[in-house]
Design a protein around this ligand. Structure first.
Ligand code: DUC
Ligand code: ZN
Ligand code: ZN
Ligand code: ZN
Length: 479
């Protein structure tokens, strides 16, 4: 039986290994890995001589077409967002279905499945965001949805429209424990932020750069500590998303040293931006880099690199939250004179994530190629229940692959990107690598041009993530 595709002379890198081989693909899956694959016939061949081939990226934290409720509109939907992801070497994204307060979880899922319908160019799973944990939501809807493949959800400790109080968090964590789901936590202390914001605004400090002053590391540290304590009490694994620097990391390091299953995610903005990116004067330009938690300083960038290298972080995702700078529904939705707390929160990055980490991390000598694969793909597949279909180069896995172009100067500009945002925070950076070809289930979706039909991406129901599986718990809950 002929292959549909053979990739010859690849230098394959997985999360554990690196080896030369040919990859035979049939029906969208990896059918054979062999040295000098004799096979005569394949409909297509790609010569990857001299090139590294990694698993396609899994960007497990992206916001696409997500309702914001504050007059801003996300610039990327499931079409432009997944196209941009593919052009940057990702083959799976996991955006969010965000429950509105008062809305059923089912209605939220249906809403986002409609938003995704026939749009995605690459495969996607969906995380839930739980904002209204009523009894019906927690004890009827959530178990049903987890059984249907929505096995991870995010909860917020800040933002009035999204946050849960500690009692609600405990209750929600205990459902995750019972049902084997993975909980992602946005850990920032709501009241501290509100108090600081009020005082900054009273003093007339309203420019974008004060966004960073309103959310110092302390507020992230405090909430991270509290989240860990609650997860320990309930005895359930959690993942702290978008960790920005030293103080939250110290809490996570402590938890991990106690044997608690506390996983952590960080993002490119904490390696490549600082609070200075929000502006050194009162100009509005800094709004481009407003995200939460805010980027810190050069010393913290180094601490984040250390955490990627030493294994504190499991996941490197983009937290792509796309808002245009100009226009009526992006960063300027309420004008340029508006205070920092009214500016849409988030920055784009789904397309630049992989190349930034390959270029500055691997080629920069900070992490190994295997660590790169673990951080950008394999670990997320395991933590969110997509492994081994996604996240590896192995027989039977989906043929989701990146063939790298290395050693070429890549000057980042927004013009080269395919998102629907009118800027990139990384403009001007000089990289030494970019994906040459991205394959999704054996189909070329990027080879210097975006390829692949709109709507070809499939929804991926997730298994109960290995670390969250019910049978692995060590203790009974105290009653
Ligand atoms: N949290 C996110 O996860 N993304 C964008 C902004 C935020 O606060
Ligand atoms: Zn063909
Ligand atoms: Zn968040
Ligand atoms: Zn996010």
């Amino acid at each position: 039986q002929p292959f549909d595709l053979i990739i010859r002379n690849a230098n394959v890198v997985t999360a554990s290994d690196s080896f030369p081989c040919d990859i035979g693909v049939r029906d969208g899956r990896i059918a054979t890995l062999a040295l000098a694959l004799e096979l005569k016939s394949a409909r297509h061949e790609i010569d990857a001589a001299g090139r590294t081939v990694t698993p396609g990226g899994i960007d497990s934290h992206v916001h696409l077409d997500q309702a914001t409720g504050d007059g801003s509109i996300m610039a990327d939907d499931f079409e432009s967002g997944t196209r941009s992801a593919a052009c940057g070497g990702s083959t799976t994204v996991i955006p969010f279905a965000c429950q509105l307060k008062g809305q059923s979880l089912r209605a939220a899922v249906d809403d986002y499945q409609r938003r995704a319908y026939e749009k995605a160019l690459i495969d996607f799973a969906i995380h839930l965001i739980i904002t209204d944990p009523t009894e019906d939501v927690l004890y009827r809807e959530l178990p049903e949805l987890i059984a249907e493949g929505y096995t991870s959800f995010k909860i917020y400790m800040t933002y009035d429209a999204l946050k849960l109080d500690d009692r609600q968090i405990l209750e929600t964590l205990s459902v995750a424990r019972a049902e084997g789901a993975m909980v992602m936590l946005h850990a920032e202390s709501s009241d501290c932020i509100a108090w600081l914001t009020e005082r900054l605004l009273a003093a007339g400090h309203k420019a974008p750069r004060y966004h960073a002053s309103s959310r110092p590391m302390l507020v992230e540290r405090e909430a991270t500590h509290r989240a860990i304590a609650m997860a320990e009490l309930v005895d359930v694994p959690i993942l702290i998303v978008h960790v920005s620097g030293r103080e939250a990391m110290e809490q996570i390091r402590w938890a991990q040293s106690q044997g608690l299953k506390v996983y952590a995610e960080t993002c490119p903005q904490y390696l490549f931006l600082t609070a200075d990116s929000l502006g050194s004067d009162n100009s509005f330009d800094g709004a481009k880099c407003i995200c939460s938690p805010p980027p810190r300083d050069a010393a913290n960038q180094q601490v984040i690199w250390n955490g990627l290298e030493n294994g504190l972080f499991e996941v490197f995702s983009s937290d792509h939250a796309p808002f245009r700078f100009d226009g009526p529904d992006g960063k300027k939705a309420h004008g340029e004179d508006v205070s920092f707390d009214k500016i849409a929160n988030g920055i784009p990055g789904v397309e630049t994530r992989m190349a930034l980490l390959w270029s500055e991390g691997v080629r920069g000598g900070r992490i190994t190629p295997q660590q790169f694969v673990a951080l950008t793909s394999t670990n997320a597949a395991k933590i969110y229940g997509l492994y081994p279909r996604k996240g590896s180069i192995a027989i039977g896995a989906d043929a989701d692959l990146v063939i790298w172009d290395e050693g070429r100067a890549v000057h980042i500009s927004n013009e080269m990107l395919h998102h629907n945002v009118d800027y990139t925070p990384y403009a001007g950076m000089q990289l030494s690598a970019w994906p040459a070809i991205t394959l999704s289930r054996g189909e070329v979706v990027w080879d210097g041009e975006p390829r692949g039909a709109v709507g070809r991406g499939q929804f991926l129901p997730c298994d109960s993530p290995a670390p969250a599986q019910v049978r692995r718990r060590k203790t009974e809950l105290p009653l």
